[in-house]
Write a protein that binds this ligand. Structure first.
Ligand code: RRO
Length: 314
Protein backbone atom coordinates (compact mmCIF):
# COMPACT_ATOMS: atom_id res chain seq x y z
CA UNK A 1 0.00 0.00 0.00
CA UNK A 2 1.76 3.14 -1.23
CA UNK A 3 -1.09 5.55 -0.48
CA UNK A 4 -0.55 8.79 1.42
CA UNK A 5 -2.68 11.68 2.70
CA UNK A 6 -1.09 15.11 2.47
CA UNK A 7 -4.06 16.97 3.89
CA UNK A 8 -7.59 17.96 3.02
CA UNK A 9 -8.73 14.33 3.10
CA UNK A 10 -7.47 13.62 -0.42
CA UNK A 11 -5.96 10.16 -0.20
CA UNK A 12 -3.36 9.85 -2.97
CA UNK A 13 -2.77 6.32 -4.32
CA UNK A 14 0.99 6.88 -4.12
CA UNK A 15 3.53 9.58 -3.17
CA UNK A 16 5.01 10.17 -6.65
CA UNK A 17 4.43 13.45 -8.46
CA UNK A 18 5.92 15.35 -11.33
CA UNK A 19 8.01 18.38 -10.38
CA UNK A 20 6.62 21.71 -11.53
CA UNK A 21 7.92 22.97 -14.85
CA UNK A 22 9.18 19.71 -16.33
CA UNK A 23 5.89 18.90 -18.07
CA UNK A 24 3.80 21.98 -18.69
CA UNK A 25 0.25 20.65 -18.69
CA UNK A 26 0.72 16.87 -18.76
CA UNK A 27 0.01 16.11 -22.42
CA UNK A 28 3.70 15.55 -23.24
CA UNK A 29 4.08 12.92 -20.51
CA UNK A 30 0.70 11.28 -21.12
CA UNK A 31 2.16 9.94 -24.39
CA UNK A 32 4.56 7.87 -22.28
CA UNK A 33 2.46 6.87 -19.26
CA UNK A 34 -0.98 7.51 -17.80
CA UNK A 35 -0.68 10.70 -15.75
CA UNK A 36 -3.65 9.41 -13.74
CA UNK A 37 -1.26 6.77 -12.32
CA UNK A 38 0.71 9.48 -10.48
CA UNK A 39 -0.10 10.40 -6.91
CA UNK A 40 -0.55 13.89 -8.35
CA UNK A 41 0.39 15.86 -11.44
CA UNK A 42 2.09 19.20 -10.72
CA UNK A 43 1.72 21.80 -13.47
CA UNK A 44 4.16 24.42 -14.68
CA UNK A 45 3.67 27.54 -12.55
CA UNK A 46 0.78 29.57 -13.96
CA UNK A 47 0.49 33.34 -13.65
CA UNK A 48 -2.37 35.73 -14.36
CA UNK A 49 -1.47 36.55 -17.96
CA UNK A 50 0.14 34.59 -20.82
CA UNK A 51 3.93 34.98 -20.86
CA UNK A 52 6.57 34.13 -23.45
CA UNK A 53 9.44 33.80 -20.97
CA UNK A 54 13.06 34.89 -21.25
CA UNK A 55 15.40 35.01 -24.24
CA UNK A 56 16.87 31.86 -25.76
CA UNK A 57 18.76 29.64 -25.22
CA UNK A 58 16.93 28.77 -22.02
CA UNK A 59 18.46 25.43 -21.11
CA UNK A 60 22.05 24.27 -20.63
CA UNK A 61 23.42 20.90 -19.58
CA UNK A 62 26.26 20.58 -17.09
CA UNK A 63 27.92 17.50 -15.55
CA UNK A 64 25.97 18.04 -12.33
CA UNK A 65 22.59 18.78 -13.87
CA UNK A 66 20.59 21.15 -16.00
CA UNK A 67 20.26 24.91 -15.92
CA UNK A 68 17.07 26.63 -17.03
CA UNK A 69 16.11 30.24 -17.48
CA UNK A 70 12.59 29.70 -18.81
CA UNK A 71 11.25 32.78 -17.07
CA UNK A 72 7.71 31.65 -16.24
CA UNK A 73 6.54 30.96 -19.78
CA UNK A 74 2.90 29.97 -19.69
CA UNK A 75 -0.65 30.30 -21.02
CA UNK A 76 -2.03 32.47 -18.22
CA UNK A 77 -4.70 31.40 -15.74
CA UNK A 78 -7.72 31.86 -18.05
CA UNK A 79 -6.43 29.45 -20.71
CA UNK A 80 -5.22 27.13 -17.95
CA UNK A 81 -8.66 26.78 -16.37
CA UNK A 82 -10.47 26.65 -19.73
CA UNK A 83 -8.24 24.08 -21.42
CA UNK A 84 -5.42 22.51 -19.40
CA UNK A 85 -7.23 21.72 -16.15
CA UNK A 86 -10.33 20.19 -17.85
CA UNK A 87 -7.99 18.02 -19.96
CA UNK A 88 -6.14 16.80 -16.86
CA UNK A 89 -9.49 16.06 -15.22
CA UNK A 90 -10.65 14.14 -18.32
CA UNK A 91 -7.70 11.72 -18.03
CA UNK A 92 -8.34 11.18 -14.32
CA UNK A 93 -5.35 13.11 -12.99
CA UNK A 94 -5.24 14.43 -9.45
CA UNK A 95 -3.84 17.91 -9.99
CA UNK A 96 -1.57 20.05 -7.84
CA UNK A 97 -1.47 23.30 -9.81
CA UNK A 98 1.59 25.46 -9.25
CA UNK A 99 0.81 29.16 -9.16
CA UNK A 100 3.04 32.24 -9.36
CA UNK A 101 2.74 35.99 -9.36
CA UNK A 102 4.79 39.14 -9.39
CA UNK A 103 2.76 40.58 -6.51
CA UNK A 104 0.76 39.05 -3.67
CA UNK A 105 -2.46 40.27 -5.31
CA UNK A 106 -1.56 38.42 -8.53
CA UNK A 107 -1.16 35.18 -6.56
CA UNK A 108 -4.55 35.78 -4.94
CA UNK A 109 -6.16 36.45 -8.32
CA UNK A 110 -4.74 33.22 -9.79
CA UNK A 111 -5.91 31.20 -6.77
CA UNK A 112 -9.41 32.68 -6.98
CA UNK A 113 -9.63 31.89 -10.70
CA UNK A 114 -8.59 28.30 -9.99
CA UNK A 115 -11.29 27.94 -7.39
CA UNK A 116 -13.90 29.20 -9.87
CA UNK A 117 -12.82 26.62 -12.50
CA UNK A 118 -15.36 24.02 -13.68
CA UNK A 119 -12.60 21.39 -13.31
CA UNK A 120 -11.71 22.35 -9.72
CA UNK A 121 -12.83 18.89 -8.51
CA UNK A 122 -9.59 17.51 -9.96
CA UNK A 123 -7.49 19.79 -7.73
CA UNK A 124 -6.09 18.11 -4.59
CA UNK A 125 -3.99 21.06 -3.43
CA UNK A 126 -2.21 24.16 -4.65
CA UNK A 127 1.56 24.64 -4.78
CA UNK A 128 2.51 28.27 -4.32
CA UNK A 129 5.75 28.96 -6.16
CA UNK A 130 7.38 31.76 -4.21
CA UNK A 131 10.86 30.71 -5.33
CA UNK A 132 11.32 31.06 -9.11
CA UNK A 133 14.97 32.03 -9.60
CA UNK A 134 14.27 33.51 -13.05
CA UNK A 135 12.16 36.53 -12.22
CA UNK A 136 13.41 39.75 -13.79
CA UNK A 137 14.68 41.11 -10.51
CA UNK A 138 16.08 38.66 -7.93
CA UNK A 139 14.74 41.03 -5.29
CA UNK A 140 11.27 39.78 -6.20
CA UNK A 141 11.91 36.23 -5.04
CA UNK A 142 9.36 36.16 -2.24
CA UNK A 143 10.93 33.05 -0.69
CA UNK A 144 14.04 35.05 0.29
CA UNK A 145 12.03 37.10 2.77
CA UNK A 146 9.87 35.67 5.59
CA UNK A 147 7.41 38.59 5.61
CA UNK A 148 6.90 38.59 1.83
CA UNK A 149 6.47 34.80 1.87
CA UNK A 150 3.93 34.98 4.71
CA UNK A 151 1.89 37.65 2.93
CA UNK A 152 1.58 35.61 -0.29
CA UNK A 153 0.71 32.41 1.57
CA UNK A 154 -1.91 34.09 3.78
CA UNK A 155 -3.62 35.71 0.77
CA UNK A 156 -3.68 32.48 -1.25
CA UNK A 157 -4.94 30.52 1.78
CA UNK A 158 -7.89 32.93 2.05
CA UNK A 159 -8.99 32.27 -1.55
CA UNK A 160 -9.21 28.49 -1.28
CA UNK A 161 -11.57 26.07 0.51
CA UNK A 162 -10.22 24.47 3.72
CA UNK A 163 -10.02 21.01 2.09
CA UNK A 164 -7.48 22.29 -0.46
CA UNK A 165 -4.06 22.16 1.19
CA UNK A 166 -1.66 24.96 0.26
CA UNK A 167 2.00 23.99 -0.23
CA UNK A 168 4.71 26.66 -0.23
CA UNK A 169 7.58 25.91 -2.63
CA UNK A 170 10.82 27.06 -1.07
CA UNK A 171 14.13 28.21 -2.49
CA UNK A 172 17.46 26.68 -1.47
CA UNK A 173 19.11 30.09 -2.08
CA UNK A 174 18.50 31.44 1.42
CA UNK A 175 20.61 31.73 4.55
CA UNK A 176 18.12 29.97 6.83
CA UNK A 177 15.44 27.92 5.12
CA UNK A 178 13.85 27.06 8.49
CA UNK A 179 12.98 30.74 9.01
CA UNK A 180 11.15 30.89 5.66
CA UNK A 181 9.44 27.55 6.33
CA UNK A 182 8.28 28.77 9.75
CA UNK A 183 6.89 32.01 8.28
CA UNK A 184 4.97 30.09 5.60
CA UNK A 185 3.45 27.55 7.99
CA UNK A 186 2.51 30.24 10.52
CA UNK A 187 0.83 32.17 7.67
CA UNK A 188 -1.34 29.15 6.85
CA UNK A 189 0.69 26.83 4.59
CA UNK A 190 -0.53 23.26 5.08
CA UNK A 191 2.67 21.81 3.66
CA UNK A 192 6.02 22.64 2.08
CA UNK A 193 7.62 21.65 -1.21
CA UNK A 194 11.40 21.63 -1.08
CA UNK A 195 13.34 22.63 -3.12
CA UNK A 196 13.21 24.83 -6.21
CA UNK A 197 16.31 25.13 -8.39
CA UNK A 198 19.59 26.61 -7.17
CA UNK A 199 20.74 29.80 -8.92
CA UNK A 200 23.69 29.10 -11.20
CA UNK A 201 25.39 30.16 -14.41
CA UNK A 202 27.32 28.63 -17.28
CA UNK A 203 29.77 30.48 -19.54
CA UNK A 204 30.57 29.48 -23.12
CA UNK A 205 34.36 29.61 -23.15
CA UNK A 206 34.52 29.82 -26.97
CA UNK A 207 32.49 33.02 -27.08
CA UNK A 208 33.46 34.11 -23.55
CA UNK A 209 29.81 34.91 -22.96
CA UNK A 210 27.08 33.46 -20.71
CA UNK A 211 25.43 30.43 -22.35
CA UNK A 212 21.88 31.26 -21.29
CA UNK A 213 19.90 34.10 -22.79
CA UNK A 214 18.82 35.01 -19.28
CA UNK A 215 22.49 34.92 -18.10
CA UNK A 216 21.72 33.10 -14.82
CA UNK A 217 19.51 30.03 -14.49
CA UNK A 218 18.20 27.48 -12.02
CA UNK A 219 20.28 24.31 -11.50
CA UNK A 220 18.30 21.07 -11.22
CA UNK A 221 19.18 17.38 -11.34
CA UNK A 222 21.78 15.20 -9.57
CA UNK A 223 23.92 18.10 -8.34
CA UNK A 224 21.17 19.55 -6.13
CA UNK A 225 20.04 16.31 -4.46
CA UNK A 226 22.37 16.77 -1.47
CA UNK A 227 21.08 20.35 -1.15
CA UNK A 228 17.48 19.07 -1.10
CA UNK A 229 18.37 16.40 1.48
CA UNK A 230 20.00 19.03 3.70
CA UNK A 231 17.11 21.52 3.38
CA UNK A 232 14.43 18.90 4.06
CA UNK A 233 16.39 17.51 7.04
CA UNK A 234 16.85 20.98 8.56
CA UNK A 235 13.16 21.83 8.28
CA UNK A 236 12.02 18.40 9.57
CA UNK A 237 14.44 18.81 12.51
CA UNK A 238 12.95 22.23 13.29
CA UNK A 239 9.48 20.61 13.29
CA UNK A 240 10.73 17.84 15.57
CA UNK A 241 12.08 20.45 17.99
CA UNK A 242 8.80 22.38 17.93
CA UNK A 243 10.22 25.45 16.16
CA UNK A 244 7.87 24.92 13.19
CA UNK A 245 4.39 23.34 13.41
CA UNK A 246 4.53 19.87 11.82
CA UNK A 247 3.21 19.75 8.25
CA UNK A 248 3.94 17.37 5.37
CA UNK A 249 6.99 18.03 3.19
CA UNK A 250 7.01 17.17 -0.52
CA UNK A 251 10.63 16.41 -1.43
CA UNK A 252 12.04 17.44 -4.80
CA UNK A 253 15.58 17.75 -6.11
CA UNK A 254 17.58 15.42 -8.31
CA UNK A 255 15.52 12.25 -7.76
CA UNK A 256 16.23 9.73 -10.53
CA UNK A 257 15.78 6.36 -8.80
CA UNK A 258 13.68 4.74 -6.08
CA UNK A 259 16.69 4.89 -3.77
CA UNK A 260 17.00 8.67 -4.38
CA UNK A 261 13.32 9.00 -3.47
CA UNK A 262 13.88 6.99 -0.28
CA UNK A 263 16.76 9.31 0.64
CA UNK A 264 14.41 12.31 0.54
CA UNK A 265 11.82 10.38 2.59
CA UNK A 266 14.52 9.56 5.15
CA UNK A 267 15.41 13.27 5.27
CA UNK A 268 11.80 14.14 6.11
CA UNK A 269 9.63 14.08 2.98
CA UNK A 270 6.20 12.38 2.79
CA UNK A 271 5.89 12.60 -1.01
CA UNK A 272 8.36 12.91 -3.87
CA UNK A 273 8.50 14.87 -7.11
CA UNK A 274 10.56 13.87 -10.13
CA UNK A 275 11.66 16.62 -12.49
CA UNK A 276 14.87 16.71 -14.50
CA UNK A 277 15.00 12.89 -14.77
CA UNK A 278 12.03 12.98 -17.18
CA UNK A 279 14.20 14.59 -19.87
CA UNK A 280 16.19 11.36 -20.25
CA UNK A 281 13.38 9.01 -19.27
CA UNK A 282 9.86 10.44 -19.69
CA UNK A 283 8.39 7.58 -17.60
CA UNK A 284 10.79 8.28 -14.71
CA UNK A 285 8.03 9.21 -12.17
CA UNK A 286 6.23 5.85 -12.53
CA UNK A 287 9.54 3.94 -12.70
CA UNK A 288 10.69 5.63 -9.48
CA UNK A 289 7.36 4.64 -7.88
CA UNK A 290 7.94 1.00 -8.85
CA UNK A 291 11.52 1.08 -7.59
CA UNK A 292 10.53 2.74 -4.30
CA UNK A 293 7.72 0.23 -3.79
CA UNK A 294 10.12 -2.72 -4.41
CA UNK A 295 12.73 -1.21 -2.09
CA UNK A 296 10.21 -0.76 0.73
CA UNK A 297 8.89 -4.30 0.26
CA UNK A 298 12.45 -5.65 0.44
CA UNK A 299 12.89 -3.75 3.72
CA UNK A 300 9.73 -5.39 5.11
CA UNK A 301 7.42 -2.36 5.00
CA UNK A 302 3.82 -3.16 4.10
CA UNK A 303 2.80 0.49 3.85
CA UNK A 304 4.61 3.56 2.58
CA UNK A 305 3.32 5.47 5.61
CA UNK A 306 5.04 2.94 7.93
CA UNK A 307 8.38 3.79 6.31
CA UNK A 308 7.62 7.50 6.67
CA UNK A 309 6.80 7.03 10.36
CA UNK A 310 10.07 5.17 11.02
CA UNK A 311 12.14 7.64 9.02
CA UNK A 312 10.62 10.70 10.68
CA UNK A 313 10.66 9.34 14.22
CA UNK A 314 13.83 11.09 15.33
O1 RRO B 1 10.04 29.40 -15.33
C1 RRO B 1 11.16 29.31 -14.80
O2 RRO B 1 12.15 29.86 -15.27
C2 RRO B 1 11.39 28.59 -13.55
C3 RRO B 1 10.54 28.64 -12.47
BR1 RRO B 1 8.91 29.49 -12.52
C4 RRO B 1 10.91 28.01 -11.25
O3 RRO B 1 10.21 28.03 -10.23
N1 RRO B 1 12.08 27.35 -11.20
C5 RRO B 1 12.89 27.29 -12.27
O4 RRO B 1 13.96 26.70 -12.17
N2 RRO B 1 12.54 27.91 -13.44
Amino acid sequence: DMSVDLGGGHRLPNPLMTASGCAANGKELHRFFDVGDLGAFVTKSVMADPRSGRGTPRMAETPSGMLNSIGLQGPGIDAFVDEDLPWLQSVGARVLPSIAGSSSTEYAHVAAALRASRAFDSVIGVEVNISCPNVANRGLVFACDPLASAKVIALVREQLPRDIPVFAKLSPDVTDITAIAAACVKAGADGLTMINTLLGMVIDTDRLRPQLGGVTGGLSGPGIRPVAVRAIWQVRQAMFEGRIPTVPIIGVGGVRTGRDALELVAAGASAIQVGTAVFNDPSAPVRVLRELSDLLAAKGFERFTDAVAVAHGR
